[in-house]
Design a protein around this ligand. Structure first.
Ligand SMILES: Nc1ncnc2c1ncn2[C@@H]1O[C@H](COP(=O)(O)OP(=O)(O)O)[C@@H](O)[C@H]1O
Ligand SMILES: [Mg+2]
Length: 220
């Protein structure tokens, strides 16, 4: 469902060119769970940003369900992302002035999904936060914030979830509980998952683990 073809990405830093990947090829099957590990600075977050279409590759192409990013204009790719991709970040990225329910409803509103409130309440209940609907992010613990973020990532039934070190800021027990919820919900919905993690235990929950080294994804 996800194909990465001859992907090249470099950043220019002043007069020098920082090469992240020169010829990256990768394939992810529908409904599979893939972990990506690798040293800090190896380009894991960059890869997720490329898959989400937030940044453009220097060359090469990405296809999601056969749809090539190459030919899409910025507006098209923004719409495509809003309907097909869900995100979970290490730092939660919740909107600080919206409560839990409003944060979860946000992507549904952008996509014009019917009954966003009902769906948001259902998802928040399924992550154990039915009693925290009107709490602001500042009134939630780290684990609760991440469970809100998971509910938000899933409300529009995305094809794929991109998770960047989702348990990286949580203590071990809270991280395990949050990952339990993420895996439970994506398995229920047959959502594809690409999960960046530094934890071998978290990676072991995925069907495949790859390590990003010197611009290549090596199977572990
Ligand atoms: N916008 C940018 N401009 C220049 N260099 C960048 C930019 N974003 C990331 N980099 C560099 O690209 C490399 C990979 O970054 P990143 O994808 O964030 O790595 P990781 O997530 O694996 O830690 C790093 O060396 C980083 O400094
Ligand atoms: Mg990163």
């Amino acid at each position: 469902m996800l194909q990465i073809k001859s992907l090249k990405k470099s950043y220019s830093q002043g007069s020098t060119e920082v090469k992240i990947y020169e010829d990256l090829n990768f394939h992810v099957k529908e409904a599979s769970k893939v972990a990506i590990m690798g040293k800090s600075g190896s380009g894991k977050s960059t890869l997720l940003s490329l898959i989400s279409g937030i940044i453009k590759p220097t060359s090469g192409d990405i296809l999601l369900d056969g749809v090539s990013y190459k030919d899409m204009k910025e507006e098209q790719i923004n719409d495509f992302r809003a309907s097909n991709i869900g995100f979970v970040f290490q730092n939660f990225h919740l909107v600080s002035y919206l409560n839990a329910l409003e944060n979860v409803m946000l992507p549904a509103k952008v996509c014009g999904i019917k009954n966003p409130k009902e769906k948001a309440v259902e998802l928040l209940e399924s992550v154990g936060l039915g009693h925290r609907l009107d709490h602001l992010p500042s009134e939630l613990s780290g684990g609760e914030k991440q469970r809100v973020a998971i509910a938000r990532a899933l409300i529009h039934n995305p094809k794929i979830i991109l998770a960047d070190e989702p348990s990286g800021n949580l203590d071990e027990d809270t991280g395990i509980a949050v990952m339990d919820k993420l895996f439970e919900l994506i398995s229920k919905n047959n959502t594809t998952l690409i999960l960046v993690t530094h934890s071998k235990d978290v990676a072991a929950r995925c069907e495949q683990t790859y390590s990003l080294n010197h611009g290549n994804l090596d199977k572990c």
